[in-house]
Design a protein around this ligand. Structure first.
Ligand code: SF4
Length: 470
């Protein structure tokens, strides 16, 4: 049994890449049994779930959306949001009920929450019926651990994992767009964030392995890849590489659309901006988290930039990358944020006129420095600030969307609209959601669409023609 330890997790130093292959004897051992997988949280978790699916289906499990039919339930948990734990614990109650009198019903917990010692303590004490707990660093051990399960609860969470696993397989959710991990972990230690503890220190995948994965996806008809990391611009610092070079090499594979998330403003270099501007297949869209516009709060958050430095970078991106769209993340109500601090944030939002923003009220994460900070600001005040912020954010996302009215834009069509079967949906190069009148034969194609209506969060359009490759 390996239990999580946040002190070990934050002190990783060595780095090693490990190639894994699935033991041939594991294939199809659970043939015909059914699994139910629920994913909470960010893109990293969504992509981890694609690996979990791949392992389960290689073992012979088949997917079911009906939990009552399942033999195996996997909850891939998230530790970022305050109510995440309540949701998981609530769902576990349902699993416990279904497991009653059934020996063939197993429950697995995976994801960031499993890296938190206090959560694991409560699983050991209050949720003894959970069969297996697995950490974020050893998903590749899932087949072996499932085969070894017995009546006792198994907890395998490797907090001190330094490895970068190569050669993972994924059962991807889409046949058009794909996530590609380029690195794991984060070294920034923003004071409110649990990620450096749950995902570990920055570790980069090898450039050749990433390029091989992208080429393979292209060969299999994928039109878009999103390079994925907690802080992608730190890619390669541990292996003598750079994100700018990686981006350029990925662009040269000829993949039609390339995106990346997430970027930290602190080490976003001029070289990276120039590479984005140089290649048409690197999409002109950047998610650049601001978090706060107050220098005082940015310092308390350990964000390592000032408002002035952020604005300088933002303006550089706007000047050098034609038609770039920039979105952001903002936290309101960080401990002891004053009205003046908040007004600084509003000022930056007014200056940047973001295409969109994810806005949150600060919520403390146990084990982080910000969770211990004194906070005199009332929840009422925080909620009122969030509302004021959202009004400004929505005003500018609407304004930016209005600029596209009657224009013809390229849209990669991803699927059928859930609300209207005469429509399909997709995204512009600037990552704007468009609902398009058209049939499902358009799915998987980049098409020209005339924008007929613009709202704050989406656009409507009419199909004009398929994009002509030059
Ligand atoms: S850069 Fe992002 S992932 Fe890293 S500590 Fe800060 S908020 Fe968390």
């Amino acid at each position: 049994m390996h239990l999580p330890d946040l002190n070990i997790a934050k002190d990783r130093t060595s780095k090693e890449n490990k190639y894994i292959e699935l033991n041939e004897n594991y294939k199809k051992v659970f043939n015909g049994q059914k699994y139910f997988l629920r994913t909470y949280g960010c893109q990293m978790n969504v992509h981890d779930s694609e690996a979990i699916r791949s392992y389960l289906e290689t073992l012979g499990y088949v997917n079911t959306e009906v939990i009552e039919e399942a033999n195996l339930v996997v909850l891939n948990t998230c530790a970022i949001r305050e109510n995440a734990r309540d949701k998981v614990v609530g769902f576990l109650g349902k699993c416990k009920y279904l497991k009653k009198n059934r020996d063939d019903f197993k429950i697995v917990l995976a994801g960031c929450m499993c890296e938190q010692p206090d959560f694991i303590e409560s699983v050991q004490k209050n949720h003894k019926y959970v069969d297996l707990v697995i950490g974020t660093h050893n998903i590749h051990e899932l087949p072996k651990l499932l085969l070894e399960l017995n009546q006792k609860q198994t907890i395998e969470v490797y907090s001190n994992s330094d490895e970068v696993i190569e050669g993972m397989n994924f059962k991807r959710d889409s046949k058009v767009t794909a996530w590609v991990n380029i690195m794991y972990g984060c070294d920034k230690f923003c004071t409110y964030c649990i990620v450096p503890y749950t995902r570990g220190r920055e570790r980069s995948r090898k450039l050749d392995s990433i390029l091989e994965e992208v080429r393979h996806l292209k060969m299999n008809g994928y039109k878009e890849v999103t390079l994925l990391g907690q802080n992608v611009n730190a890619y390669g610092r541990d292996i003598g590489e750079s994100f700018a070079n990686l981006l350029e090499q990925v662009a040269l594979t000829g993949m039609e659309r390339i995106r990346f998330v997430t970027s930290h403003p602190w080490n976003f270099t001029d070289e990276m901006i120039d590479i984005i501007a140089k290649y048409d297949n690197i999409m002109p869209y950047i998610h650049l988290p601001l978090q706060s516009g107050s220098n005082e709060i940015l310092k308390k958050m350990n964000r390592r930039y000032t408002k002035e430095e952020y604005l300088e970078l933002f303006n550089k991106m706007k000047e050098r990358i034609p038609n770039v769209a920039i979105t952001t993340d903002i936290i309101v109500g960080f401990p002891n944020e004053t009205e003046e601090d908040f007004l600084d944030t509003l000022e930056v939002v007014e200056k940047c006129e973001y295409d969109g923003a994810y806005t949150f009220i600060f919520s403390p994460r146990e084990g982080t420095p910000a969770a211990k900070m004194k906070d005199e600001v009332s929840m009422e005040e925080k909620e009122e600030r969030l509302q004021r912020l959202n009004e400004v954010v929505n005003k500018y996302s609407n304004k930016n969307n209005q600029k596209l009215l009657n224009k013809v834009v390229d849209v990669l069509i991803l699927g059928e609209s859930e609300k209207d079967n005469t429509k399909v949906y997709g995204y512009t190069d600037t990552m704007k959601l468009v609902n398009v009148i058209g049939g499902k034969e358009l799915i998987g194609n980049i098409v020209k669409v005339k924008i007929t209506d613009a709202k704050s969060f989406s656009l409507d359009g009419e199909y004009v023609e398929e994009k002509v490759a030059i």
